[in-house]
Ligand binder design. Sequence first.
Ligand SMILES: Cc1cc2nc3c(=O)[nH]c(=O)nc-3n(C[C@H](O)[C@H](O)[C@H](O)COP(=O)(O)OP(=O)(O)OC[C@H]3O[C@@H](n4cnc5c(N)ncnc54)[C@H](O)[C@@H]3O)c2cc1C
Length: 378
Amino acid sequence: MDLTHSPADEAFRAEARAWLASHVPAAPLPSLETEEGFAAHRTWEAELAADRWSVVSWPAEYGGRDAGLMRWLIFEEEYYAARAPGRVSQNGIHLLAPTLFDHGTEEQRSRVLPPMARGEVVWAQAWSEPEAGSDLASLRSRAVRTDGGWCLSGQKTWSSRAAFADRAFGLFRSEPEAPRHQGLIYLMFDLRAPGVTVRPIHRLDGKPAFAELFLDEVFVPDEDVIGEPGEGWRIAMSTAGNERGLTLRSPGRYLAAADRLVELWRERGCPVRVQDRVADAVIGARAYQLFTYAGASRFLQGEPLGPESSMNKVFWSEYDIALHETALDLLGEEGELADTDWAEGYVFSLAGPLYAGANEIQRDIIAERLLGLPKGRR
Ligand SMILES: Cc1cc2nc3c(=O)[nH]c(=O)nc-3n(C[C@H](O)[C@H](O)[C@H](O)COP(=O)(O)OP(=O)(O)OC[C@H]3O[C@@H](n4cnc5c(N)ncnc54)[C@H](O)[C@@H]3O)c2cc1C
């Protein structure tokens, strides 16, 4: 594989770098897990979109630059190196949008994608339920056929940023008698529709980063069903591959984080006791970058992402914890007491092995589908 970028790709990188240098806010925005921060991040999405930087890989007709996967990876490297704000629209951009590209109708794409790209409609993921997390197929919320659409009832939980988001996409049981993985429907609904109650769940730091959704006969028109009713599981698994694999955690994030860790280590007088862990963080970020580039180039040659995305998931979630632990070690007491990015990042990193599919399950997928080992006992 040729690891040098073409002159056109490097020109794209330079253009992105220059734009970010003149637009990234000088002071960090308030946390996007708060009402004030959420609003500020929406404004940032609109600013990105005005110059078509919010969804660079999408077709131009929906607000993108037709830039493709490799240039998206380049953009992400520049984005994180510039310390630009977190993306409030990430659920929509990285999960719902790829689903609509693969399974939606042209009408759905042209209605849903442009306002998503501008941050006008922010999406929440409504998959998990109190009894359906890792075992998602045991979900019980239902969709019942009605005139011109479907009627939703049930409860969803752990929906990130649903406390402030506008709409949600989720899985519902439309054929109660069908086997667990069949008879599910994938659809979009309005978080402010009659019958929806959104109850925020506060994190340990008090921020309402999640919400529970209570749904009582919520009407969803046929136009908001993605794919065929009953096909929800198959569609959701293509979304999950995106979440675990390339899109949710691009290597740019870790290359930038490893650089920041080296900076911190230097500021703290280059203590020898952690130098190996700092070096591991740099090597890990670079290894993940190369692994991702290799996966992306296979994907561009027509191979599906497949179970390899589970390897990405296990790697980035464990890497993130180790990197933040090293930073907190360097910061000492200050790391635990002050409200620093490192402290917030550390707390969030602890959730990495759980969300986007728990790591135990990812290891099972790697063992069975990549290594061909026998099925474990469950
Ligand atoms: C930060 C964060 C953000 C999230 N955002 C969203 C969101 O926006 N939308 C949404 O729908 N959900 C979201 N979730 C929920 C997330 O998808 C679930 O937490 C996840 O699927 C795990 O489910 P659970 O919490 O019910 O844990 P469980 O499934 O009960 O798992 C508990 C433990 O048991 C282990 N375990 C379970 N089954 C097996 C098995 N078969 N083999 C081996 N070990 C097993 C798990 O690995 C885990 O360690 C979020 C979660 C977090 C932490």
